[in-house]
Every structure is written in structure tokens, then in C-alpha cells.
Write a protein that binds this ligand. Structure first.
Ligand SMILES: Cc1cc2nc3c(=O)[nH]c(=O)nc-3n(C[C@H](O)[C@H](O)[C@H](O)COP(=O)(O)OP(=O)(O)OC[C@H]3O[C@@H](n4cnc5c(N)ncnc54)[C@H](O)[C@@H]3O)c2cc1C
Length: 325
């Protein structure tokens, strides 16, 4: 705080009462916010606050986060665009890290694209197309950041991040070191990577074939049209809630089980796509988590398939004590 009691530029909240926040505010160039609401940082728009949110602008900020987490014995969590995140109503008891503009930017050299991890995937898809490169149109409809897409091995329409990645740059929160990992080291499988929990993806190099910009632009337009028709894009959601079981589709299984009629509080299964949960104003993270469990119970009971949540749960969720559906 300034002597006038107003928050100093870039640092918001009551630092004095929380030594963790005070330490981060004194060491980080990026914004440090105490008790920061995370719901607005997610596309589901539910969930509580983080004890402290750091919008990191440089490697030094990430080093400060790692040190503070270790010194104060608190957990850290990385929040990208929050398009695959369900944050607990209790919030996050430690440091939430979000990459700021310092981690954006793009360089294109022939077929090789190097981008900062905070770049939004849809923007990247368009820039790659405009550079006369093909193969990344699918990413136009995945509303995450490059960093989140690497962590999740995001994919759609038959392609995934692993098809294009060459190397990934990470900063280890535990040591503060910047490392470059080849794609083979990431352990990428369907919507999953083996990146260590303390690895913040800060950039990546991707490779594409030469193509025709107009053709790729048309492909992008057609994917966007398809998404608008088949997905509830005008309601808060987190994309596919469950991964597809081998050889089947989670949406088909939920639909067949009568799941489209299911709702809990302000969370309901989308009429448009059964593998989407949409939230209404007043919905809680607990509504979403309970609905997820009830869908799993119903599909297990009717089809004998255990659906696995794709959406990442952040914070504390009560185990299910309610088997009624
Ligand atoms: C309308 C809609 C459509 C979607 N369609 C698709 C789709 O077609 N295919 C698909 O795969 N997904 C889809 N998604 C889900 C989501 O967009 C992807 O999983 C995306 O890759 C998540 O990126 P994010 O930046 O939002 O990550 P977040 O949701 O913020 O985080 C997801 C995970 O990644 C971690 N993470 C985030 N950033 C970093 C980083 N820089 N370094 C290390 N870890 C990080 C987080 O800690 C968390 O574990 C959709 C979501 C929506 C809302």
C-alpha cells in the first residue's frame, strides 16, 4: 500500500496482513493480488479466490513464486485461460500463477513457429494460417493458451498439439531453472502430458507444412461454424467435461443414458452437446462437481463405462455422499 492507503500500481490487496502476499509484492514485477477471485479467470465462471494471484511477466517473477511457495509451504497452481479448469468454491489456498503479456509474442521462420505460452490458441491458429502454413486450423476453436494446450495435449478434428510441437520451454518453480524439452520428453498421450507439476510452460516451437492461406482460412471459418452449431458457445462451459473412452464418445454415452435432462443447482448438461456442462448465474463449483459425479454414476450404471473427467479440478472438493440421480 502507498502512504495514502491506496494500492500501489500493479499490486492490489492487503499485503500487510499476509506475509506471503507481501513477499510476492516486493519481488514480482507483475501484478500481485491478494484474495483474487478466480471465477472470472475461468470459462465456467464458478469458484472461489486464490490466497494470492500473481500475473507473472518474466522468468524472475516465476522464480519468486517458486521461492515464496517453498518458504511459506504453500501450493502453487498455474491458470492459463481457465478453459479446462473447475476451481473449488473454497478457492485455492496458495499461489495461483497466470502468465501475463510478457509471455506473449510470436516469431515465424519458414515452417517453424516459436510462440510465448500466453498466446491464445485461436489467435495462433489465425497467425499460422496467415503465414501460409497449414495443419493448425483445428486450434482456432480451442479457447486456451498455448501453455495450457501443451499441458493438456489439446486436440480436435483428428489433430493434437503433439503433432506440431518440436520443443517446449519450461521454467521449473522448484529450482527456478529454464529448460528446453524435446516433444518426445513430454509423455504426450490423449489430453495428457507427463510434465512435472512445477513446470510452467513459457514457450514452444512448432512446425508446420507450407499451405495456402485462403484454404486454411476457409477451413477455420468452417470449423467455427460447426462449433457454433454443435456446442453451447454462448453459455459458460469448459468444453468437453469427460475424455472419450477408447472407441466411443462420452457425449453419445451420456445422451443415451438420458443425461441431457440432468442438472444440479445452476449447472446443467447442455441441450446442444451432452459432453458439455453449462452454468447459469448463481451456479457453484460444487453444483458442477456434483453433476460430474452423477453423470459418471449414471453412465457406469447404464453402460458399464467409467467416464474420466477431462476438466482439471483445482482446490478441495467434497467426496460424493450422494448416489441419487
Ligand atoms: C468452448 C470450449 C471448447 C473446447 N474445445 C476443446 C477442444 O476441441 N479440444 C481440447 O483439447 N480442449 C478443448 N477445450 C478445453 C480447453 O480449451 C483446453 O484444454 C485448453 O488447452 C486449456 O488451456 P488453458 O490455457 O485454458 O488452460 P487452463 O484451463 O487454465 O489449465 C488447464 C491445465 O493446464 C495447466 N496449465 C495452464 N497453463 C499452463 C502453463 N503455461 N504451463 C503449465 N501448465 C499450464 C493448468 O495448471 C491446468 O492443469 C475447450 C474448452 C472450451 C471452453
Amino acid at each position: 500500500m502507498s502512504p495514502t492507503g491506496k494500492p500501489t500500481a500493479g499490486h492490489v490487496g492487503d499485503h500487510a496482513s499476509d506475509p506471503l502476499v507481501a513477499e510476492l509484492a516486493s519481488r514480482c514485477r507483475g501484478q500481485v493480488t491478494a484474495q483474487a477471485s478466480l471465477s472470472g479467470l475461468t470459462t465456467l465462471r464458478v469458484g472461489g479466490p486464490a490466497r494470492v494471484l500473481v500475473t507473472a511477466e518474466s522468468d524472475d517473477d516465476l522464480v519468486a513464486v517458486g521461492r515464496a511457495a517453498a518458504t511459506h509451504g504453500v501450493p502453487h497452481a498455474i491458470v492459463g485461460r481457465g478453459s479446462n479448469l473447475l476451481v473449488s468454491d473454497d478457492g485455492w489456498p496458495g499461489i495461483a500463477v497466470h502468465l501475463g503479456r510478457g509471455f506473449r509474442g510470436l516469431e515465424i521462420d519458414g515452417g517453424r513457429v516459436h510462440a510465448g505460452a500466453a498466446e491464445p490458441l485461436p489467435t495462433l491458429a489465425v497467425k499460422v494460417a496467415d503465414a501460409g502454413l497449414t495443419g493448425f486450423a483445428w486450434a482456432c476453436a480451442v479457447p486456451g493458451t498455448l501453455g495450457g494446450a501443451v499441458r493438456m495435449n489439446a486436440g480436435a478434428h483428428g489433430s493434437e498439439m503433439g503433432d506440431h510441437l518440436v520443443t517446449v520451454e519450461i521454467v521449473r518453480l522448484a529450482s527456478g531453472a529454464r529448460e528446453t524439452w524435446p516433444v518426445e520428453a513430454l509423455g504426450l498421450t490423449y489430453r495428457h502430458s507427463e510434465l512435472p507439476a512445477d513446470a510452467v510452460v513459457v514457450g514452444a516451437s512448432l512446425e508446420f507444412e507450407a499451405g495456402d492461406t485462403a484454404t486454411v482460412r476457409e477451413e477455420i471459418a468452417s470449423i467455427r461454424r460447426w462449433r457454433r452449431e454443435h456446442q453451447p458457445l454462448n453459455e459458460p462451459n469448459c468444453g468437453s467435461v469427460f475424455t472419450n473412452p477408447p472407441g466411443d464418445s462420452a457425449g453419445r454415452l451420456i445422451d443415451t443414458a438420458g443425461g441431457k435432462a440432468m442438472a444440479v443447482g445452476g449447472a446443467k448438461v447442455s441441450d446442444r452437446h451432452a459432453n458439455f456442462i453449462v452454468t447459469r448465474p448463481g451456479a457453484t463449483a460444487d453444483d458442477v462437481a456434483t453433476l460430474i459425479r452423477r453423470i459418471q454414476q449414471r453412465v457406469a450404471a447404464t453402460a458399464g463405462v467409467d467416464l474420466v473427467a477431462e476438466v482439471v479440478h483445482l482446490g478441495r472438493f467434497e467426496p460424493s455422499d450422494d448416489a441419487s440421480w
